[in-house]
Design a binder for this molecule. Structure first.
Ligand code: PHE
Length: 455
């Protein structure tokens, strides 16, 4: 576990590490962002490209961040600054801290929406036809006060968990709650697929139509893969700084990536059959799950409304929990930095981050559906989302792969990868090095250059 006192501590157990890091990865990125990205980018073809990004770029990228973090045993800035002789690499850590702070700002808005949906489901307030459900979302998310308060509430919950050192309890709870989320998703998938006309949604998800692959689909898939794996924010690096010498980095990275992908796929299978069945547009954007799910809970369980009621409450509660394990990781990056670098008490360090994120959260919340509160003609919320996922995360991952693949001592990288030559996965090292030196940087560069019209 990570203690609240001044000392650095190791995670309590092997499982603790995997759970906390998986907890960071699995969150709204899978259940909220993945379906709407898939819907906007043509369905199955997007998923295939997304899978390619996870396997070829995501897993090697995760291992690289793990290596930097575990080797240095320090916060993101110091980890990057001390990994080689070039102190300037610390800027990559700073970039990660800024990125995760921005993500926390807008992520909290969506987490606040989930809190609201949990509350309304408890009082049975989401009953009505498709139009009603859509109107409800537009009205609620456009309200200037309530969503902002819920977003700040979410950041405060995260804050108190971090400063009270009760993360241990959260990690233990996730041992039970994560499998439960998985099971619940399966149940809702079955329910959603049983709705009339659901097969069109299944087809949309599983039958690739490459003619729909537009020029920026590669960048969107890359951004989604990194966002979902928490990659490029130095979050994995910060978590890995608490790993022990026995953690098999490549094994943990692969395990987490596979789990993360399946949860996203299940979320897709939960949303699209229902969306097609009730006539919600697959490319509705960030509102997609909020305007689809209440319909599933009502219509698919119309034979037994009490069951729909219980399942909806359990689902939103688990979603809130999954979001919380992710916001904790985003918060931890900045908190560890301010605590260790500015020598502040951990609680003071956490407050700095909480205040910055809350201010951002309020502006993001106010900007929903209003492009006048924003930049480049899009709302602040969408701009933060696009900028972090599609530019800042790929840049963080690109620089990390250059650092680990080209600049760092190969002996250090090899020792970390092979756990000082004790790991069974030693044979994978040359392949990993090939990915980190060539595949990861070249693919990210090509995708970014393509997006910005250079090629
Ligand atoms: N991976 C998290 C999710 O899918 C989001 C996240 C991004 C967490 C970046 C930490 C850092 O919800």
């Amino acid at each position: 576990m990570i203690t609240s006192g001044g000392e650095r501590a190791n995670f309590g157990s092997k499982l603790g590490i995997v759970l906390a890091t998986a907890g960071s990865a699995v969150g709204l990125g899978n259940v909220w962002r993945f379906p709407y990205m898939t819907g906007q980018n043509g369905g199955a073809a997007f998923i295939l490209i997304y899978l390619g990004c996870i396997l070829l770029l995501g897993i090697p990228g995760m291992v690289s961040e793990f290596i930097v973090g575990r080797h240095s045993q320090a916060n993101a800035y110091r980890a990057y600054a001390s990994f080689t002789k070039g102190k300037a690499w610390g800027l990559v850590g700073i970039l990660g801290i800024i990125t995760s702070t921005i993500i926390l700002g807008f992520y909290a808005v969506v987490a606040g929406w989930c809190l609201q949906y949990l509350g309304v489901s408890l009082v049975g307030g989401l009953k009505g036809d498709t139009d009603f459900v859509q109107q409800y979302f537009v009205q609620f998310s456009g309200d200037p006060v309530k969503p902002a308060i819920l977003g700040i509430a979410f950041i405060l919950i995260t804050h108190f968990i971090i400063v009270r050192g009760v993360r241990d309890g959260i990690e233990k709870a996730s041992k039970l709650l994560m499998p439960l989320l998985f099971i619940l998703l399966l149940v809702i998938v079955v329910a959603s697929c049983s709705l009339p006309g659901a097969s069109k949604g299944i087809e949309f998800l599983l039958k690739p139509d490459f003619s729909k692959v537009g020029p920026n689909v590669f960048l969107e898939a890359l951004g989604q893969a990194f966002f979902s794996l928490s990659l490029g924010t130095a979050c994995l690096c910060t978590y890995a700084s608490y790993f022990t010498r026995h953690t098999h980095l490549h094994y943990s990275a692969s395990q987490i990536a596979v789990l993360d992908f399946f949860i996203a796929l299940l979320a897709g299978l939960m949303i699209f059959p229902a969306a097609f069945s009730v006539g919600v547009q697959p490319d509705s954007g960030p509102s997609l799950i909020f305007i689809t799910l209440p319909n599933v809970f009502q219509q698919a369980f119309s034979f037994m409304p009490a069951l729909g009621f219980v399942i909806s409450i359990m689902f939103y509660a688990l979603l809130v929990f999954a979001a919380l394990t992710s916001t904790i990781s985003m918060h931890e990056i900045g908190t560890a930095f301010f605590h260790e670098e500015l020598k502040l008490r951990r609680s003071h360090a956490a407050w700095i981050l909480t205040v910055i994120c809350s201010v951002l959260c309020v502006f993001c919340s106010l900007s929903v559906g209003r492009s006048e509160i924003g930049i480049f003609g899009t709302s602040l919320m969408d701009a933060c989302d696009w900028l972090t996922a599609n530019l800042m995360l790929p840049t963080g991952a690109l620089l990390t792969s250059i650092l680990v693949g080209w600049v760092a001592s190969k002996t250090v990288v090899r020792e970390e990868f092979t756990n000082w030559e004790t790991s069974r996965g030693k044979a994978l090292f040359p392949f990993y090095m090939f990915c980190v030196r060539y595949i990861v940087p070249v693919c990210i560069l090509l995708i970014l250059m393509h997006q910005f019209g250079v090629i």
